[in-house]
Write a protein that binds this ligand. Structure first.
Ligand SMILES: C[S@@+](CC[C@H](N)C(=O)[O-])C[C@H]1O[C@@H](n2cnc3c(N)ncnc32)[C@H](O)[C@@H]1O
Length: 214
């Protein structure tokens, strides 16, 4: 899917549906918050990749995190969250970008992705994602990647997805990263169906903190 087609798709989704009318809505992003609290440095920076209209950013700000970035391909999604946050939006860095072609300008202590990587079906896009993660993660940072599990849905928002487990993610990220934790999670959609997710957490292998080369 080309970058502008993907952006149009997601902008149309967010223009036509309320935040709680999409299958991925969760009133409280409990698992994400728990993993960030358990594995992230207490006052470390966080980037939410493909944050959409997630309430994660609200909870991070309420938890006194002062360095929070939300990236999404959809300008509409980020505009809606900025409206929701009002003045608090000024405390957040907002990036409209396609994660498959984004070059980070700084590093972050926590990379969080819930339900974004699985939309990248082309191996070249997946490799670009891994390169962006490598370039963006601080030397002692952790990457939390939540995707549909191997027994999860095959489509979402009308798009095909690539399902993952910890092993496929470890292969994708390569030898520079080490799996620290993985868990399965059942997401209950607003219409009360269950979607099987997996969340896997990676840190850098010792000596693999330089930006670039794999
Ligand atoms: C299923 S939603 C999940 C949103 C949010 N992470 C959550 O848990 O509520 C997928 C999000 O990824 C964004 N997205 C899809 N493809 C993307 C890409 N290539 N680069 C950046 N964001 C993307 C969409 O705009 C959408 O907000």
């Amino acid at each position: 899917m080309g970058e502008s087609i993907a952006a149009s798709h997601w902008d149309a989704v967010y223009a036509s549906k309320a935040a709680n009318e999409v299958s991925w809505f969760e009133a409280t992003p409990s698992l994400s918050l728990d993993l960030i609290a358990r594995f992230g440095q207490p006052s470390g920076s966080v980037i939410d990749i493909g944050g959409g209209e997630s309430l994660l950013v609200d909870a991070l700000l309420a938890g006194a995190r002062s360095d929070v970035t939300v990236l999404d391909i959809s300008e509409n999604a980020l505009a809606a969250v900025r409206r929701r946050l009002g003045d608090r939006a000024d405390a957040v860095d907002w990036i409209v970008a396609d994660i498959a072609s984004w070059t980070p300008e700084r590093r972050y202590d926590v990379w969080h992705d819930r339900a974004v990587l699985h939309f990248l079906n082309d191996p070249a896009d997946q490799a670009s994602y891994a390169r962006a993660l490598d370039a963006a993660l601080s030397p002692s940072g952790v990457a939390i990647v939540g995707t549909f599990a191997p027994d999860g849905p095959e489509h979402c928002s009308g798009l095909p997805v690539t399902r993952h487990d910890a092993e496929s993610l470890a292969r994708l990220l390569g030898k520079r990263f080490r799996l620290l934790f993985t868990t399965r999670a059942d997401h209950r959609t607003p219409w009360d169906t269950v979607q099987h997710f997996q969340f896997s957490l990676f840190g850098r292998e010792a000596g693999c903190s330089d930006i670039g080369g794999r």
